[in-house]
Design a protein. Sequence first.
Length: 231
Amino acid sequence: MRAQEIRRLAALEDGHWWYRERRAVLRAEVRRLRPGRALDVGAAGGGNTLVLVEEGWEATATDCSELAVEVARGRGLRSVQADARDLPVESGSVDLVTALDVLEHIEEDYLATEQIARVLRPGGRALIAVPCDMSLWSAHDYAVGHVRRYCRDSLTAVVEKAGLRVERLWSWNVLLRPLIARRRHSSTGSDLVPVPPLVNAGLSAVVRLERCLPVGSLKGVTLFLRARRED
């Protein structure tokens, strides 16, 4: 992610509907687990790492950007500069790895998933989120440094190749997909822009509906995957 996008993300993410609702998914997932040691890979400014800390995890943020590490440290987080393809973490030492919107930035995504599997303890979990469906490819993807969007098969394949067992795979941001698709196909740059408060609240409300609707098997804008390192 470019330095400009990191600064923009850090300024927006606490209130922006997309990041706020995605953090709600993260919070719900980690509450299923006993807190332990966590690694947030590609953490940018550390917004998701903060969720882990709030939920009782001993969390470390990692990012390849020096600026991102500085931003995360400025928020009081433990943060380390590291390439997701070569994590400076002892093998089998982490209970949870999160990689939210990371793999799509890496040409050799299989190296990143291999590292995730390596650092997890037996029984440890990985929570991964990626943008889905190349039909949604747009100027936004170029602006934020994506090299691909995933389908269910391609995401499953790269995770299983690393030796992890997929426990759950589901779509997110399903209800807003038609609106986002139309915007993306007419966009000329990143969608990381401020949203008027009323619009922001309305979009959040629509996404929250997905928590009680059986839409996870339908096409969305993001794919979430939870995987486990076998004992």
